[in-house]
Every structure is written in structure tokens, then in C-alpha cells.
Design a binder for this molecule. Structure first.
Ligand SMILES: Nc1ncnc2c1ncn2[C@@H]1O[C@H](COP(=O)(O)OP(=O)(O)OP(=O)(O)O)[C@@H](O)[C@H]1O
Ligand SMILES: [Mg+2]
Length: 244
């Protein structure tokens, strides 16, 4: 088995080429390509520019964390990547298909085929109900721990063998021991070649991914490999061998 560090990471130069070829279909290997992605919200006449032109390219098998302060656009971007929402401008290519101009029905089909969602546990029901998947949420006995529930959520997300596993704050309401446990599950999936994208505002959690994209004010502020991120953040690298 490859360790995650042996799976090749896309390079900055490769990403630059693929994100600037406006209108051209990227090779299928690029599971996610966004070009100039914008999303505005109309708050009763006042426009909030949640995303102001996001260029991101993620290749199959990559394990990416998206970080950024509150309000920087992380969830907005995840909703677009997850085909739960459509942009106001820009392109979004998912597994070689232009999805930014698809209607809701087409979007739902792509979403069901290509995306597995893992949410912060208490948000899961609400989010699934928004896309009329509420009946997929099984009511589990309350004695399941947060970690167990999150494992169930991950297993469920992988049932259809999605191209991408998307996780928005997957450890958001878990204690640190349980968070580490969930990070080991993600690491195992990444080692098996599952493309994983997770949003987190915790540097310690982001440090588990092989690549960290930082959003600031609706734009990509930096996009770097794990080691660079760990050094810049001044944190200790995660110890994945630790047993709980
Ligand atoms: N449905 C919405 N209607 C109006 N404004 C919204 C909506 N969703 C997000 N916004 C605004 O868009 C901006 C980006 O929000 P977003 O939720 O994407 O940030 P975030 O990085 O996920 O923040 P957090 O870390 O708090 O989850 C914020 O200014 C937010 O208030
Ligand atoms: Mg958010």
C-alpha cells in the first residue's frame, strides 16, 4: 500500500495551467477544477461577495484541507464543490464535466454519483434534508458516541463509491481523542486512493491532509503542501501511529 506521502501531489505549475485554460475541459484526472468561481448572496439589497473568483485544481487521490477564518467562504465553496449550489460566475468542472451551468435535476444526478458528504455530526440531518435526502438519515440510538456516529456517516458517504469525499468540519464537535480517531479513518481512505477534501478551521486537523488551501475574504490566499503549512503554522506534525 502506498503511504499518503508517496501519492504524487499536483504541482503549483500544473494547477496554474489547468485553472487558466478558460472554457477547456480538463483531463478527467483533475476531479475538481474551478476557474474564477464567484458566489454572491443578496441580503435584502446588500450583496455579500462570499467567493470572489476562486481558482482551484485538485487531482484524483489528493487529500486536501480547506482552511480560513470564519466568513472566508469555506462552506460556500464546499456547497459549490458538492453540487448543492450553483455559482454566479465562473466554471466548475467535476470529473471532466462542466457542472456550473447544470440545472437542479442534472446537478442532483452528478452529486449522487460523484460526491460523498460527511458533515459536522449535528449538521448532518439538516444538510441532507436541504437536498431531500432526509430519509437517508437513520435514527440511531443516542448511546452511539460522536466518534461512532461520525464513522457511520463516513461509511454511508462511501456507499456509492463517490469520486470525492467532502467533509465540512468533520471533527467540529468532537473531542480531540475522537478527532484523531476520525483523522486516522481519513488517512486510511486517502491511502486507498480516495480523493478527500475537508474543511476545517483547526490547523491541527488540517495538518493531516497532504495539501492545505487557505481562503481569505472569498479568495485563495495560499495553496501549499502539508510540510510547508506545518512549518508556517508552527505546529507539530500529527502522529498517526498513536493508538487511542
Ligand atoms: N445563505 C447565505 N445567505 C447570505 N449570506 C451568506 C449565506 N451563506 C454564507 N453567507 C455569507 O457569505 C460569507 C461566507 O460564508 P461561509 O459560510 O462560506 O464562511 P465560512 O468560511 O464557512 O465560515 P465559518 O468558519 O463560520 O463556517 C459570509 O459573509 C456569510 O455571512
Ligand atoms: Mg462554514
Amino acid at each position: 500500500m502506498l503511504t499518503t506521502d508517496e501519492i504524487p501531489l499536483s504541482t503549483t505549475a500544473e494547477r496554474q495551467v489547468v485553472t487558466t485554460e478558460s472554457g477547456a475541459a480538463p483531463e478527467k484526472d483533475w476531479v475538481i477544477v474551478t476557474r474564477g468561481l464567484k458566489r454572491d448572496y443578496d441580503m435584502g439589497g446588500e450583496i455579500v461577495h462570499a467567493l470572489r473568483g476562486v481558482d482551484i485544481a485538485i487531482r484524483r487521490n489528493e487529500y486536501v484541507a480547506i482552511m480560513g477564518p470564519s466568513g472566508s467562504g469555506k462552506s460556500t465553496l464546499m456547497n459549490l464543490i458538492g453540487c448543492l449550489d450553483t455559482p454566479n460566475a465562473g466554471e466548475y468542472w467535476l470529473a471532466g464535466e462542466l457542472v456550473s451551468d447544470k440545472d437542479e435535476d442534472e446537478l442532483a444526478r452528478v452529486r449522487n454519483r460523484e460526491i460523498g458528504f460527511v458533515f459536522q455530526t449535528f449538521k448532518a440531518t439538516e444538510a441532507l434534508e436541504r437536498v431531500q435526502l432526509g430519509d437517508r438519515v437513520q435514527h440511531r440510538p443516542n448511546e452511539l458516541s460522536g466518534g461512532q456516529r461520525q464513522r457511520v456517516a463516513i461509511a454511508r458517504a462511501l456507499v456509492n463509491q463517490p469520486a470525492i469525499l467532502l467533509a465540512d468540519e468533520p471533527t467540529g464537535n468532537l473531542d480531540s481523542t475522537t478527532s484523531e480517531e476520525i483523522m486516522r479513518v481519513f488517512e486510511g481512505l486517502a491511502e486507498q486512493g480516495q480523493t478527500v477534501i475537508m474543511v476545517t478551521h483547526e490547523a491541527d486537523i488540517a495538518a493531516h491532509a497532504r495539501r492545505v488551501i487557505l481562503l481569505r475574504d472569498g479568495l485563495v490566499a495560499s495553496d501549499e503542501k502539508r510540510s510547508t503549512f506545518i512549518k508556517a503554522a508552527g505546529i507539530a506534525p500529527p502522529d498517526l501511529t498513536k493508538k487511542t
